[in-house]
Design a protein. Structure first.
Lengths: 408, 373
C-alpha cells in the first residue's frame, strides 16, 4: 500500500465504539486520536538510541518468539528487518500495519488489535549466535554472544531453545502483544519460520522506581534489587554496550539471555512457609529480607541467629544472587510468569518463570551468576530450566532507519 | 471436502463484489471504478432514486445522524449483492461491486419514508474481459475440462475393479483416481451438492448419506473387502460424470481462478498435512501434491496478468512453488509417496511451512489481477 494511504488508529476506533468495531481494517474515514497519557493509551516511543522494551517500564504481558531464517540471501534478511522495523513502529504507535487494504485482497493488518489502545507496546529485536559466520557474510559473532555453558541441572529442550532472530513484544494488553508477533510472523513468512514462542501473563520484575515489585508464581516478590531505568549510570555500566566495546555495530545495544524456568508448583506448594522463606531468603508476605522489616531494607548477609546460624541461609536464593557476593555483578531482569497449561505427561501445571535479562556481556554477568545458582541455590529443588537462548540486541534506530542497520 | 462453500459462493457469485466495509481508500481507484456517495438519514436511503451506468462502482455510505438507520444494501431481487452495516451516526463505510444493466432495489432498514429505493442501471454489460483475461479464463477452463475427463476415466477403472470385487486392483487404482479431483477441488465445491457426494469424510454428513470415494476407501483398507460397495461405486461414477458435464459450462474470472489456487493450498493446510483426508489409505501426500498441482495450474493461468503489473511477486511465487516441490521430494516413492503414517512432526512442520510461505504471497494475486483488468 502506498505511503499516502490514510492510517487508522486503534485508539480512535475504540472511541468510535461498537459501531466501528463491525467494520474491517480499511475504508473507515477516521482521524487519529490525540495522544493521551493515561491508562492503556500510553505509548512508549519505538525510535531512539536504544531499543525500547529493555530499559523502559516493564509492561504486564509478554509474547516472545524466536525465529529461524530459511533464506540464505542477505538482501532478503535486510528487507525483512526493514519491513519488521516499519511494522513495529506502526504498531507501537497503536496503528494498523500497512494502511488500507484492497477489499479483494486479504487484510494487510490481521485486525485483532483494532479498537485496542497501544497499551505501551514495545517490540525488541535480537540476533542469535547462529546468524553469524559465513551464512550471510555478517562476520564473526560477537564474543559476548558465546554459547552458554551447560549448567548443573539443565534439562533444556532444543525445541524451546536458540534461534536466529528474537522478537520480544511486551504490552499491557495480551492481545496487543499477540497481534504484534502474529503480524511480524506473517510478514516474515517464506523468509523465517517460528522456532519457539512463549507467552507471559504477568511481569515478575520492576524496571522503574515508579513500579511496585510484582510477585512471581512462588508467591514471592521478585526483582526488588533490579537495575532501574532511572539509574542511567548503572545501565551504562551493566547493560549497554559502551562506546569502546567491540563489535562496533553493537554499541548502544545489549545482550539478551532468556531461560524458560519451569516451577515444580506441586512440590513447592507442599513446602512449609518457613522452608519457602528460607529458600528465597525473604519473608513471603511483605517481601522483607530475613532479618529486615521492609521490602527495600538492605539485605544483611552477615546477620546471624542467636544460635549463630546465618539469618539468610547459605543456600538462600537472594544470598547467592546478591551483587555483594558476586563481585558487584548486576543484570537487568525483565522476566514474566508463564503457564502453558498442563504437562500432559505428568498431569501437573506447566508453569513458571520465563526469565529474561539484559546485560553488557553474558560471559561476565549471567554466566557466573547462574553457575553459582545452579550449583548451590536451594531453589533448585523446585525449578527446572527447560529452555535457553542468547541474542545480541543491536542499538535502536531513528525514524527512517531500521533495527540491525549497523550490521546487515 | 470442506465446509467453506459459503466463501466459495461469495467468490463465484460476484467477482467484483467487495466485502462490505473493507474498501481501502484507494482501492476503488485501483479498480478503475466510480465513486457514488449515499447518505443514511432518518428517512432512509438518500437519494432514494439512483441512476447509474453499468460497470464497477464504489458506494461510499455516510450516516448523517440517523439513529434508527445503520445499514445500506443493494438487492437484485431477493439477493443481496452489496451491503455495508453498522454505520452509526457520524461514521462511514464503503463497498464496491459491478453493476449490470437492470433495476436493483436499495434498502436502508429502519428508514421512515425512504426505507427502500431504486437503482436503475443502464448501458452495456460491464466486465468485457480483456484479451489477457480471456486467455487466462480459457487456459484454466482447458485445465479443468482436462482434469474432469481424467477423473471420469480413472474413476471408471477404479469402479470397475471395485465392482469386480478385486480389492488389490481397486486399492492400486484409488490414488490415481483421487489426483485429478484434488487438482480441481474448489471447482467441484462450487457445485454445492457434488463435492459432499463425492468427497465427504465420515462425520461430514449423516451416516446414511455418506457416499463417494471415502466409504469405499474405508471398505478397501479397513474391512478389506468390496462387499456392500456396489451401489456406492455406481453413484460415484455418476457423480463424477455430472461434475464433468457441469464443469464444461463454468466461467471463472481471473480473480476467482487466483483465489481458487489459494483455496487449494488451504485444503492442504487443513486436511492433507494433518492426515485427515485419507484416514484409511494414508495417501494424503498424493492429495497434497494434487492440490499443489491444481494451485500451480490456476496460478499459471493468471500469471501473465500478474507478471505485467508485479513481476517481482510473480517471480517470488514461482520460487515458492519450487520450494514446495523440493520439500515434497524426500517423500516420493516411484509414482507415489510414502504413507502419511511415516511422517513425524518435524516432517509435517517443514511441509506445512513451505505451504504457508507460498500461500501468503499467492493470497495477494486475486486483488491484483482484478485491478489489472
Amino acid at each position: 500500500m502506498s505511503d499516502q494511504s490514510p492510517r487508522f488508529s486503534r485508539a480512535r476506533l475504540l472511541v468510535a465504539g461498537a459501531a466501528g468495531a463491525g467494520l474491517a481494517v480499511g475504508g473507515i474515514g477516521l482521524e487519529r486520536l490525540a495522544a493521551s497519557d493515561t491508562g492503556r493509551s500510553r505509548r512508549i516511543p519505538f525510535h531512539g538510541a536504544h531499543q525500547a522494551g529493555i530499559a523502559t517500564p516493564a509492561q504486564d504481558r509478554l509474547h516472545f518468539a524466536a525465529f529461524d531464517v530459511t533464506t540464505d540471501d542477505r538482501r532478503e534478511l535486510r528487507d525483512l528487518l526493514r519491513a519488521w522495523t516499519a511494522a513495529a513502529a506502526e504498531m507501537c504507535e497503536g496503528r494498523t500495519v500497512g494502511g488500507a487494504t484492497d477489499p479483494l485482497a486479504p487484510p494487510v493488518d490481521t485486525g485483532e488489535a483494532l479498537g485496542l489502545e497501544p497499551a505501551r507496546l514495545t517490540i525488541t529485536f535480537g540476533f542469535g549466535p547462529t546468524l553469524f559466520g559465513d551464512r550471510f557474510g555478517l562476520g564473526p559473532r560477537p564474543a559476548q554472544l558465546a554459547d552458554l555453558p551447560l549448567f548443573a541441572g539443565d534439562e533444556l529442550d532444543p525445541e524451546r531453545s536458540g534461534g536466529d532472530l528474537a522478537v520480544q513484544a511486551c504490552a499491557d494488553d495480551p492481545q496487543v502483544a499477540f497481534h504484534a508477533v502474529r503480524n511480524l510472523a506473517r510478514i516474515g513468512r517464506g523468509i523465517v519460520v517460528m522456532r519457539w514462542s512463549q507467552l507471559g501473563f504477568g511481569r515478575t520484575s520492576s524496571t522503574s522506581r515508579a513500579q511496585d515489585t510484582p510477585r512471581n508464581l512462588m508467591g514471592f516478590k521478585d526483582g526488588t534489587n533490579n537495575l532501574k531505568l532511572e539509574d542511567e549510570q548503572g545501565l551504562a555500566q551493566h547493560v549497554w554496550a559502551g562506546p569502546a566495546d567491540d563489535p562496533k555495530w553493537m554499541r548502544g545495544g545489549t545482550y539478551l539471555v532468556t531461560r524458560r524456568i519451569r516451577m515444580l508448583i506441586e512440590v513447592w506448594d507442599r513446602a512449609s512457609l518457613a522452608d519457602q522463606e528460607a529458600t528465597i531468603g525473604r519473608e513471603k508476605v511483605d517481601g522483607a529480607p530475613l532479618g529486615g522489616r521492609h521490602e527495600h531494607d538492605e539485605v544483611d548477609l552477615t546477620a546471624r541467629t542467636e544460635a549463630g546460624e546465618p539469618l539468610i541461609p547459605a543456600d538462600a536464593h537472594i544470598r547467592l544472587a546478591a551483587p555483594k557476593v558476586n563481585d558487584g555483578i548486576r543484570i537487568l531482569r525483565r522476566g514474566y510468569s508463564f503457564t502453558d497449561g498442563m504437562d500432559n505427561e505428568l498431569g501437573q501445571l506447566d508453569a513458571g518463570l520465563f526469565f529474561i535479562c539484559y546485560q553488557r556481556d553474558p560471559r561476565r554477568q549471567f554466566v557466573p551468576l547462574q553457575r553459582r545458582l545452579a550449583q548451590d541455590d536451594a531453589l533448585n529443588e523446585y525449578i527446572k530450566h527447560t529452555g535457553s537462548a542468547v541474542f545480541a540486541c543491536p542499538p535502536g534506530t531513528a525514524p527512517g532507519g531500521y533495527i540491525g542497520s549497523t550490521l546487515v | 471436502m470442506t465446509a467453506r462453500q459459503g466463501v466459495l459462493a461469495a467468490v463465484l457469485g460476484a467477482v467484483a463484489l467487495a466485502l462490505a466495509g473493507c474498501g481501502g481508500a484507494d482501492s476503488s481507484a485501483e479498480s478503475g471504478g466510480r465513486v457514488v456517495s449515499v447518505a443514511l438519514t432518518d428517512a432512509g436511503c438518500s437519494p432514494a432514486q439512483l441512476q447509474l451506468a453499468a460497470g464497477p462502482v464504489t458506494f461510499e455510505v455516510k450516516n448523517e445522524g440517523a439513529e434508527a438507520v445503520s445499514e445500506f444494501e443493494i438487492l437484485d431481487g431477493d439477493r443481496i449483492v452489496g451491503e455495508v452495516e453498522n454505520i452509526a451516526p457520524g461514521l462511514s463505510g464503503k463497498f464496491s461491486l459491478t453493476l449490470s444493466p437492470k433495476e436493483y432495489t436499495t434498502y436502508c432498514p429502519g428508514g421512515d419514508s425512504a426505507e427502500r429505493g431504486t437503482l436503475t442501471v443502464a448501458g452495456k454489460e460491464a466486465g468485457q474481459a480483456s484479451s489477457r483475461s480471456r486467455a487466462a479464463i480459457d487456459a484454466y477452463r482447458t485445465f479443468v475440462t482436462g482434469q474432469t475427463a481424467l477423473l471420469v476415466e480413472r474413476t471408471r477403472r477404479f469402479v470397475a475393479a471395485v465392482r469386480a470385487g478385486d480389492v488389490a486392483t481397486a486399492k492400486s487404482l484409488y490414488a490415481p483416481a483421487r489426483i485429478p479431483y484434488e487438482r480441481i477441488e474448489p471447482v467441484a465445491e462450487s457445485f454445492g451438492d457434488l463435492d459432499p457426494a463425492i468427497d465427504a469424510r465420515a462425520g461430514d454428513v449423516p451416516a446414511a448419506q455418506w457416499t463417494g470415494f471415502h466409504p469405499i476407501e474405508q471398505a478397501l483398507w479397513v474391512r478389506k473387502t468390496t462387499d456392500g460397495t456396489s451401489a456406492l461405486a455406481s453413484k460415484l461414477l455418476a457423480d463424477v460424470r455430472a461434475l464433468e458435464r457441469r464443469a464444461k459450462t463454468i466461467e471463472l474470472e481471473p480473480a476467482q481462478i487466483a483465489n481458487g489456487s489459494v483455496e487449494l493450498l488451504g485444503e492442504v493446510s487443513k486436511s492433507k498435512i494433518t492426515g485427515e483426508e485419507e484416514r484409511y489409505s494414508h495417501i494424503d501426500l498424493v492429495d497434497f501434491e494434487g492440490n499443489v498441482d491444481g494451485a500451480q495450474a490456476a496460478f499459471k493461468a493468471v500469471r501473465p496478468i500478474l507478471a505485467e503489473s508485479n513481476p517481482a511477486l510473480a517471480g517470488e511465487i514461482d520460487e515458492r512453488f519450487a520450494a514446495v516441490d523440493e520439500a515434497l521430494a524426500p517423500y516420493r516413492r516411484g509414482q507415489g509417496f510414502v504413507s502419511y503414517t511415516e511422517l513425524d512432526a518435524t516432517d509435517t512442520r517443514a511441509l506445512s511451512r513451505a505451504i504457508d510461505a507460498l500461500a501468503e504471497p499467492l493470497s495477494r494475486v486475486g486483488a491484483i489481477v482484478v485491478a489489472a483488468k
